[in-house]
Design a binder for this molecule. Structure first.
Ligand code: F6R
Length: 243
């Protein structure tokens, strides 16, 4: 596992964007696994800036997103489909038909999960998976459990996760209670993983994930078993790491 220390959020975003853009340069038709949330926004802004300068080309890039809320349509401003268009897809030359996000409106969640795993398989797997880290150690919406959930599944969101995500929703607007998420196995099958973490509030969980025992109680701890993980985190987030 390589850990790159960034000065602050802006530096973390630039460093992580550099790694993603190197991936796109080396394999223009690569499959990027993408994340939402506040952590990757700076990364996407940086990629858009480089795209505008002509330094990165998304024409052949394919993407799969980690997760989507159940019950939200792609036009709902709180959906992850909307987020991805807003921060990346509508700002670069990616073909929307090359982008994949679980269907939050699928009538049958279980069938949608099976369909999504097949999509990833058909793409030949993920070349580089971008991940953020939840305060409880979740990756995607793989919440702390007694056992690792393997493939794409419908996850019931923990109250803490719903509370953490309330900041994206308006007053009186409910955060959905369920989401479709790629599972731990799908994430671990990515050829490379890029974990980005920022802020003091993530320092304790980052240390437990990277240096503590591997346990489904801290889903991100499974990353210790992957052979190509790069962590880009700022000084604040790395403040509890011993090594
Ligand atoms: C988002 C996702 C989540 C977030 C995590 C951290 O697609 O899968 O695991 O990465 O909740 O969110 P932020 O970056 O908002 O702290």
């Amino acid at each position: 596992m390589k850990i790159y220390k960034a000065k602050d959020y802006a530096d973390m975003s630039r460093k992580a964007a550099n790694i993603l853009s190197a991936q796109v340069i080396m394999k223009p038709d690569c499959v990027l696994g993408l994340a939402t949330g506040s952590t990757p926004i700076g990364v996407y802004n940086q990629l858009v800036e480089w795209y505008n300068k002509g330094d990165i080309d998304f024409a052949q890039v394919r993407t799969v997103n980690l997760d989507e809320y159940c019950g939200l349509s792609p036009d709902n401003v709180h959906s992850y489909a909307y987020f991805m268009r807003k921060y990346l897809f509508d700002r670069v030359n990616i073909s929307l038909s090359n982008t994949n996000i679980p269907d939050g409106l699928a009538e049958n969640g279980e069938l949608e999960c099976i369909r999504y795993d097949k999509v990833i398989q058909k793409l030949g797997g993920v070349d580089m998976q971008l991940l953020g880290l939840g305060h409880d150690g979740h990756i995607g919406f793989n919440e702390p459990e007694e056992a690792f959930e393997k493939s794409t599944h419908v996850a019931v969101l923990k109250p803490e996760t719903r509370q953490a995500n309330q900041r994206f929703f308006g007053e009186g607007e409910e955060v959905p209670t369920q989401a479709i998420t790629m599972g731990i196995k799908s994430i671990m099958q990515a050829r490379k993983i890029l974990l980005i973490v920022s802020g003091e509030d993530k320092a304790a969980i980052l240390a437990r994930a990277l240096e503590g025992p591997v346990t489904p109680r801290i889903p991100a701890s499974i990353l210790q078993l992957h052979n190509d993980v790069t962590v880009v985190a700022d000084t604040a987030a790395l403040s509890f790491i011993k090594s």
